[in-house]
Design a protein around this ligand. Structure first.
Ligand SMILES: [Zn+2]
Length: 367
């Protein structure tokens, strides 16, 4: 019977439309406004609102208008790094509900994953999250991942090669989980922020260097899901040895280890020294910046769009953007072209943010 739709499905569709409309608005909306905007009967709107109120997804304000309850659902993003883990909880508006950074060297062992799972439970409690409202836990790792085959292909940073993702998933089966490559997760966060749906390149600057190619609503992944591995573009012929075993890669020059681990200090200490006028720090930064700018010029020449800088480095770059842009202007292929750089809103938490935001987006589409 063409056009026939069971009443329950219609109710769910209407509720979703009402929720999505309220979600898009920054303030409260009345039932009359919803009915007009969505071309729905007032009774259908009232029915949707009642259901959303009952589920705690919206709140009723004094004048009976309704607004989003940001904590109606929550999501957690987890970043498993070589030296520790990061945990971030976000509400439906991507506002932070909790963040933790813990020192825990990576090891692909049951003991390691059991510790991470225990820390996750503690984090959920400390952040005051309601487990019934938790959409899922995104897990990001610095590794090339083949989602179709369900395998981790390789991770020089974690020293892992070709293993089934199930070996990681199986330790987190309490919650919906999704394992992904960490630069892709940061790229997803950048895509989420990219409200104007423009083309954007995301360059993630951590110990590992990676990125993502964002095209409006989507992300270009390449034929094998490896698109955006900017860290392993060849920058210097026969140059410095890279973690991938080749020489001269971007990562060998633009890893934050060049500014921290190599000098036996933290990144924060490095930038404190740089600001204080330390000569050694200034020389190291100049060399780093030169390679970073060369990489940015190459990306801009290839993609002709804005570039967002993310990863741990991005939280230190605000005061240094003018000098970066000046050097870009000197080297750019395109004329008078240097104002295409932005910094990631989530800063050093962008990997976790992207992993959590996937669950929020999925929920918005399917609720
Ligand atoms: Zn490399």
């Amino acid at each position: 019977m063409e056009g026939y739709m069971p009443a329950a499905v219609t109710r769910q569709t209407n509720r979703r439309k009402v929720y999505q409309y309220i979600y898009q608005k920054s303030g409260a909306v009345t039932a009359a406004e919803l009915a007009e905007a969505l071309s729905l009967e007032q009774t259908a709107v009232e029915e949707g609102l009642a259901s959303l109120l009952e589920e705690g997804m919206i709140i009723r304000e004094k004048d009976s208008a309704c607004a989003l309850e940001p904590r109606g659902r929550v999501a957690v993003g987890m970043f498993l790094r070589d030296d520790g883990i990061q945990l971030l909880a976000l509400d439906m508006r991507a506002e932070e509900l909790g963040f933790q950074e813990l020192s825990l060297p990576f090891a692909h062992t049951p003991e390691y994953y059991q510790t991470v799972a225990r820390r996750l439970e503690e984090f959920i409690d400390v952040s005051g999250l309601d487990r019934d409202r938790l959409l899922g836990v995104g897990i990001a790792i610095p590794a090339i991942i083949d989602q179709t085959a369900g395998r981790l292909v390789r991770s020089p940073t974690l020293e892992l090669w070709d293993l089934p993702l199930e070996e990681i998933y199986s330790h987190f089966s309490h919650y919906p989980t999704f394992i992904e490559n960490s630069p892709n997760a940061s790229g997803y966060a950048a895509r989420w922020m990219n409200r104007e749906r423009t083309n954007v390149i995301y360059l993630s600057l951590d110990r590992g260097v990676g990125g993502a190619i964002i095209q409006g609503d989507g992300q270009y992944m390449g034929d094998h899901g490896r698109g955006g591995e900017f860290g392993h573009m060849r920058l210097v012929p026969d140059g410095r040895l890279c973690s991938c075993g080749r020489r001269g890669c971007v990562e060998a020059y633009c890893s934050i280890s060049r500014l921290s681990d190599d000098l036996g200090i933290t990144l924060r200490e490095f930038f404190t020294r740089l600001q204080a006028g330390d000569r050694q720090a200034a020389a190291v930064w100049e060399e780093y910046r030169t390679h970073l700018v060369d990489t940015l010029v190459n990306l801009r020449t290839c993609f002709d769009c804005d570039i967002i800088l993310g990863g741990e480095l991005s939280s230190y770059l605000e005061g240094l953007l003018p000098e970066l842009c000046w050097e870009l202007g000197e080297k750019t292929f395109f004329e008078e072209d240097s104002l295409f750089l932005q910094l990631d809103r989530f800063g050093s938490r962008s990997v976790c943010a992207g992993s959590a935001l996937r669950f929020i987006d999925d929920f918005l589409l399917t609720y």
